[in-house]
Design a protein. Sequence first.
Length: 470
Amino acid sequence: MNSNQKLLATLPKVDVILSHLESSENFSTPRRLAKIVIRRTIERERETILAGGNVPSRSLEEWLELVKRNIRKKQDPNLKRIINGTGVVVHTNLGRSILSRQCTESLTRAGGFYSNLEFDLQSGKRGSRYSLVEELICDLTGAEAAIVVNNNAAAVLLALDTLAKDREVIVSRGQLVEIGGSFRIPDVMKKSGASLVEVGATNRTHLRDYENAITPETALLLRVHTSNFRIIGFTSDVSAEEMVELAGKKNLFTMEDLGSGCLVDLSRYGFPKEPTVQEIVKAGVDVVTFSGDKLLGGPQAGIIVGCSEVIQKIKENPLNRALRIDKFTLSSLESVLREYYDTENALAKIPTLAMLTIENRELKKRALRIQRRLKKTVQAGCDFKIVSTVSRVGGGALPEYSIPSWAVELVPEKMKLSSLEKRLRDLEIPVIGRIENEHFLLDIRTVGDHEVVDLVGQLEVFFKDGEKSD
């Protein structure tokens, strides 16, 4: 018998482990789940042995503890709450925008009770789910009509499928953007059935480029806001107003994909000027699409606004059924939109806007408060410094803009920063920071006041026995 066979022979049987677990006190795991975890735990050991890996010899008690740990991991939610110390406000990988308290309360109502999702309370007949938010969106954007689908890529797909299927869409080469997950505007257009016609150069496109490309097969002139990159230097672009005027002369539709989209002019708060949804609607563009979960600060959604005739066509497209939003998105979107009737109220109550516009001195106060608590309770293993840093908007918005911020730097005595970063991810509430120029930072812009106690608590647990070296 070779060494691998000897190790394989030491692996316990599933029924033996299960029997001991079920006979122990306070063991309440469903039998089906326990058996699945036991089998997978033993199978992982078997695979490691066969691959020539180093497997320790375990007693029955050690096997039981290993299985119990794996059961606890299995029972933990896969979608976890985390503490975001990256300083990226609209962090795509960490769930994008945080919803306000009002939004989360609306989700509880929508999920815990029956609702008038598609029921007209006045007539007692079937209603439209879009009526729940359409008037709100029109009030805030100045559009004649609106519809909401499940994300902005879906909004672009649906609009192009409705207005330009089997026909040509003209777009500037400088606006053929790639969004998250390697999805590119030309690919979305191809799926819609529209034919892409590129005009101009990467850095310069003129109105005559659009005009010269128009043929009897042209259906639509498209502008795509390049929110996730910038072309600077020798550049030229065609404004929404110019495009609308040309399209009117040629009897064509116009459309603008605003991407992240914003209902508040953030340039008043020191940010670079970005076109607002209201400005593009006012320019006369037939269809404008934008996201709900980026600068708007709401749930994932693709919002389509524009003239009533065009929006009605989009509503009637059978594809709309496959892309429609559910009651949870509608409920939370309605809640966040209502905050925008009062801009100052929106800035205070919508977490995304609040994080972007909070005064720098308030961030420093928060960082100092965290530092004081940690220095008081963590006696060994790590030092905590306050450093200036820069945050990012995230979500593909304002990519070139750095927001001055403050961070708590963790300076471990022995542990490597890569190990520190990994172990913080393994906490009960994972803490996600960033390593920058050989410094581990927790940017306080994205750590809310209500999270300070939890952040300090998690770090106290982490360092309570002193730092463990690698």
